[in-house]
Design a protein around this ligand. Sequence first.
Ligand SMILES: Nc1ncnc2c1ncn2[C@@H]1O[C@H](COP(=O)(O)OP(=O)(O)OP(=O)(O)O)[C@@H](O)[C@H]1O
Ligand SMILES: [Mg+2]
Length: 332
Amino acid sequence: MPILAIETSCDDTCAAVLEGGRILSNVISSQGIHEQFGGVVPEVASRHHLELTGPVINQAMSEAEVAIADLEAIAVTAGPGLIGALLVGLSTAKAMALPGRIPLIPTDHLQGHVAANFLESDPVEPPFLCLIASGGHTILAGVRDHQGFETLGQTLDDAAGEAIDKAARLLGLGYPGGPALERLARDGDLDAFSFPVAMSRDPGLDFSFSGLKTALVYLCRDMGESAVSERRADLAAGFQHAVVDQLVSRVRRALDRDDWPLLALGGGVAANGPLRDAVAALCDERGIPLKLVPKELCTDNAAMIGSAARYAEKIPFPEYAGFDAFARGAGR
Ligand SMILES: Nc1ncnc2c1ncn2[C@@H]1O[C@H](COP(=O)(O)OP(=O)(O)OP(=O)(O)O)[C@@H](O)[C@H]1O
Ligand SMILES: [Mg+2]
């Protein structure tokens, strides 16, 4: 029987219907309103989720040709994320599930990014090493089963996506900055500027991106507005290269430490072309397979939440009525 999955942890309103690991529908409505603020405004995101959840869920159900009575369960992101945004999805899921006594599956958003790799048509099986790089997190995850992961390393300050978005903003690009920065960087010389290598004396698996961001702020200030606008492509290429370099260097270390049979990526930054090329080269060198999901399954979507929910605890009616969302930390 199919599962309906709902994801509203940030600024994308998402719903999907899955039958096992097969996606029957996957609807994503990006709010497109936050660009003018240069980042997501939590209260605005919540209000837009309120308006969009109904139409987005209806579209996902009708594309999948599924009625509420057909559902085995409703999966919903319980956290981490913006608490107001999460509550809209969770309340909607409860309101849909309670009348028909349908079970609810509260799902962890980060496990969702990992579980995008379990979706058909090319699912992978644990164990594998997974780099999760998104707007709010940068984690090297040791995945040994379908239910969760061990954090092997994580960012000590900004997330990779957050740093990229801030750099994009400094260079006059819109939000989200990743795709725009990647496009601009294509015309740039990645060696034209040198950016600091974070934690170069630390042989661990943690990340740090705030120094990189500060270096760009000072560089732009010292260059002045007109020089920055002339050299935007070089600055974008250098910055993006520094982020990718750090991500790949930690993956390399993790592969040196343990015998992982496969590498997978997850999170919005995993859509980045130069990152995908760099991990492909690394996997080639190591002789291990690389799993890359399509770019639309890297950024937030509900199919990945449905995928994680297949392996998560199903809460029976009416026990989930009082279940709450969580803004931070692991949900299990
Ligand atoms: N092509 C790309 N290159 C680099 N970064 C990208 C690309 N596409 C998207 N991103 C970045 O991915 C991030 C969004 O990813 P995602 O939707 O997974 O994040 P999030 O859900 O906001 O954060 P989290 O998953 O940590 O809660 C943004 O920072 C965006 O700039
Ligand atoms: Mg995400």
